[in-house]
Write a protein that binds this ligand. Structure first.
Ligand code: GAR
Length: 227
């Protein structure tokens, strides 16, 4: 049985698209069954419907307060009976109850090489710091913002003429390769979280898998698992 994946998103859903396309491969091991958004008009929900996934929204502005929203989000997610919950551009912090409910089966992608630059505006911050590389990290989610156990990172080089826009374009291309591969690892039983640590292929990881995303002709990409 393929693993059932529920994706949470807030915006355009290009990351969801990449995950959903990958799921169509014979050996992906997973199906994206449901997509949930905190925004009723997120374009990612339209993409979800076009792809034949069930789409749901828990519109943040419909709730009296944060606690009510959090409760509704947890209920809506639990109702999809996911084997894995994937945050893909979900721009709200999930609360501790949510983390507990899906512990070990809740992952996020964040556009920086964590632990550098948790939070917002990572592209500007990396450029301002004069960094030579940037990238994206997939991690299990815990109660610390962008602070859970690190699984894998895709690295891109920063060129002297990069702007926040050009850098985000490169990083987002890399994310669209990295994230589906990590979900595939989880679906095939190669990746687990045990005692708040990442295990991949039967071995405990003390550092995330780091891979360079090779961009050929600006069109084709491949994720190299690296060391
Ligand atoms: C992605 O770049 C993802 O890393 C980022 O939002 C983008 C979603 O784009 N997530 C975060 O910043 C979470 N802290 P999309 O809506 O087109 O998939």
């Amino acid at each position: 049985m393929p693993l059932s994946v529920t994706v949470l998103l807030s915006g355009g859903g290009t990351t969801f698209d990449a995950i959903q396309s990958y799921s169509q491969r014979d050996d992906s091991g997973f199906n994206v069954t449901d997509v949930i958004s905190d925004t009723y008009d997120a374009y990612g929900l339209t993409r979800a419907r076009n792809a034949g996934c069930r789409s749901h929204y828990v519109n943040y502005n419909d709730y009296e307060d944060r606690a009510d929203f959090d409760e509704a989000l947890l209920r809506a997610t639990a109702e999809t009976s996911p084997d894995l919950v994937v945050l893909a551009g979900f721009m709200r912090i999930v609360n501790p109850e949510f983390v507990r409910a899906f512990s070990g089966k809740l992952i996020n992608i964040h556009p920086s090489l964590l632990p550098s630059y948790p939070g917002l505006n990572t592209y500007q911050r990396a450029l301002q710091a004069g960094d030579s590389e940037h990238g994206s990290t997939v991690h299990f989610v815990n109660d610390v913002l962008d602070g859970g156990p690190l699984i894998a990172q895709a690295i891109v080089n920063i060129e002297t003429n990069d702007t926040p826009k050009s850098l985000s374009t490169k990083v987002q291309r890399a994310e669209r390769i990295l994230y589906p591969v990590v979900i595939h690892w989880f679906a095939s039983g190669r990746l687990i979280m045990r005692d708040s640590e990442v295990w991949l292929n039967g071995a405990k990881r003390t550092t995330p898998i780091r891979g360079i995303v090779n961009i050929h002709n600006n069109e084709e990409f491949e994720f190299d698992e690296g060391a």
